[in-house]
Design a protein around this ligand. Sequence first.
Ligand SMILES: [Zn+2]
Length: 283
Amino acid sequence: MTTTVSSTRSFIRRWRSVVAMLALSVLMIHCSDDGISSFNLFTDQDDVKLGKEVDQEIRNNPQEYPILGRSDVKAFVKNVGDQVLNSDEVKKRGVYAYEYEIINDDNTVNAFCTPGGYIYVYTGLLKFVDNEATLAGVLAHEIAHAERRHATQRMTKAYGVQVLLSLALGENPSIIEQMVAEIGSSLGMLANSRSDESEADEYSFKYLQDTQYYPGAIKYFFEKIVAQQGSSSDILTDLLSTHPNPGERIADVDAMLQENNTPAPTEGTIFTTRYKNFQATLP
Ligand SMILES: [Zn+2]
């Protein structure tokens, strides 16, 4: 009797370690196929669910995120963003929410996007950029964070093995749902890694190639940051603390412009006048 129990136990123990090895190797294979992790434990629906939770948090916190109640401003930003979404390189249109909101805060030069495509743009950014193509470039960068699923990929890397083991052993089939619920309300997960930022810049270029906009336009944003870094840097502190060195990002965009033999920008690809007219309507 005792022998049977102990051999059954040792069988289970061995079986578990086999399952664990399998789970680990599955994760490693998926993580190494293109040098960067492309494996994601979450579904697109999980991304949207997470985004919706963050969106709710933001709307419940007008102190920190005062929404600008101006449908004309939102419509302008939506028009620019939707042109980016029309790129063939964008794969999740119709899957992700891709909604826009404007935060009325002139002291923050930034924009962000939740998993599943809820995009927020600060009035500080709308006033900071000098032409429509740059706004398109920044929106494209934010859309890329959602499209490339940077947040849930990071979560997969952080919790992946643990979750896979738990699923493989049938210990906790609802663990992903629990994680979505727990992490969903934390805005901290929106902080992207350096490589996520570089990838988002690269995709910003790719998306804009399919639009009327100059594909390298995001570099105007970085160039202005570099120019203002010394002087009015307080409004850029947040941005600079969460993003890689703008100098390197300019060099990366220049390399893409050269590789693609991109024609020089003109008013017909950057739209300065149209943008200045829009800026004049901002509060
Ligand atoms: Zn970013």
